[in-house]
Write a protein that binds this ligand. Structure first.
Ligand SMILES: Cc1ncc(COP(=O)(O)O)c(C=O)c1O
Ligand SMILES: N[C@@H](CCOP(=O)(O)O)C(=O)O
Length: 406
């Protein structure tokens, strides 16, 4: 076999048939590892292949006969953003807009792999806890695969567009009176008891799909690796996965370096940034996380240890931004570049602005910000921030009065 499962803490190998999400020996997080001597991948082999998560199939954990559950995820735009760059004060800025995936977030990359793995393992029900996007993605891939999905959401705390997706694609949607961290604890227990397949980012296979963001950025930049990657951090899976992608491309000889990974959290929900500032390798969970960016309102990120390792190993950093800075960055992306994102995504650009202002990132560094979810995910936040549209009588003078108003 060209891949295996390994515990990042004790280094033991785990049998591939076992349905476990953490190490049965020490409780550590698991990761998929590859034997690169058995894998054929090169710049030449990738040339001309249609952009998609499955373009990089030789670095995904499946035998050749497994058919993916796919809805054309990946292949998202990497925009060069000169107006935004000028306003922030750097020379070369790109935005990787993951909001352009089928359900409008990067989670689709994880779920195409995760749900395909669920079927390969013979699992009959998939489940997750979610602040919204994971549930939307799980629901659509479960629908495509023809298996039931169960999703646990923090009641009243999930953006409307995301709940709508989970409902319409047919998941069993259960709001729990508690926060995301409570929901995750519950769903882990549920999956254990009912033999449901857990597809939060503690599942190491799901992260394999998300690492293709890193592959794709290098590919789209003509095999160049940016100096910095800046992205929001919630449950801390994505920063881990993307770094893994860059590390694997370097190990395979496709690229020659990795970017400095810069994780941005909201001020009211920042255990990873706190741990980084204290020079620690693990977090102290935050009991009552709060931020307008509901997608990253997470106090006890399951992948914190992996994420902090990615940050330290790459020479990156973690920092925080305020909700006001997030909203301003959301407006900047929308108005300067035509990129519509949900608040959590804008944390990346808010973080970049702060890091350039305080000198942590230099003008001449090349930067990619990952915008993780689409604007339409959270229409209620948009109305709160922008106000409702004008309403007038259906007469031209009334319309002109408003048009002329400053
Ligand atoms: C839109 C959005 N951005 C960022 C994040 C944070 O990603 P991660 O949990 O992988 O750190 C999430 C959810 O996790 C999300 O839905
Ligand atoms: N923002 C996430 C939170 C769950 O993260 P996961 O990556 O562990 O599934 C969501 O969309 O639910």
């Amino acid at each position: 076999m060209f891949y295996g499962l390994r515990c990042i803490a004790c280094g033991r190998s785990i049998e591939l048939e076992r349905i476990v999400y953490t190490c049965p020996h020490c409780g550590g997080l698991l990761e998929v590892v590859y034997d690169l001597d058995k894998i054929e991948i090169s710049r030449q082999s990738l040339e001309g292949v249609k952009e998609s998560v499955w373009k990089y199939r030789s670095l995904l954990p499946f035998p050749a006969d497994i058919k993916p559950i796919s809805i054309q995820e990946g292949g998202t735009a990497l925009y060069r953003c000169d107006r935004l760059a000028a306003s922030i004060g750097i020379d070369e800025l790109y935005v990787k807009h993951e909001g352009l995936n089928p359900t409008g977030s990067f989670k689709d990359r994880g779920m195409t792999v995760g749900v395909t793995k669920a079927l390969e393992l013979g699992m009959e029900v998939v489940a997750c806890a979610s602040t919204g996007n994971t549930s939307a993605a799980l629901s659509i891939y479960a629908a495509k695969a023809g298996i039931p999905a169960v999703v646990l959401l923090p009641a009243g705390k999930v953006a409307l567009g995301k709940v709508a997706q989970a409902l319409m694609h047919g998941a069993k949607v259960i709001g729990i009176r508690g926060n995301f961290d409570d929901a995750l604890t519950l769903v882990r227990d549920l999956c254990e008891k009912e033999r449901f397949y857990l597809l939060n980012s503690i599942n190491p296979y799901r992260l394999e799909g998300q690492k293709t963001i890193g592959f794709e950025i290098a590919d789209q930049l003509g095999w160049r690796v940016p100096d910095r990657l800046v992205l929001p951090v919630g449950n801390a899976g994505n920063i881990t996965a993307i770094f893994k992608g860059f590390v694997e491309f370097r190990a395979a000889g496709i690229t020659d370096t990795v970017p400095k990974m810069c994780g941005i959290q909201a001020e009211g929900s920042c255990p990873v940034a706190d741990a980084f500032r204290a020079g620690k390798k693990d977090i102290e969970p935050e009991k009552n996380p709060e931020t307008i960016a509901t997608a990253i309102r997470i106090g006890d990120p399951v992948n914190a240890v992996k994420a902090l390792a990615a940050i330290y190993d790459s020479g990156g950093l973690a920092d925080t931004v305020s909700d006001d800075e997030i909203i301003q960055a959301q407006r900047d992306l929308a108005k300067l570049e035509g990129i519509g994102v949900e608040p959590a995504s804008a944390a990346s650009v808010a973080g970049l602005r702060k890091l350039v202002e305080n000198g942590a990132i230099k003008r001449d560094e090349s930067v990619v910000c990952v915008t993780t979810g689409h604007l339409l995910k959270d229409p209620e936040e948009v109305i709160t921030v922008c106000g409702a549209p004008f309403e007038v009588d259906a007469r031209i003078e009334e319309v002109m009065r408003v048009v002329r108003e400053r």
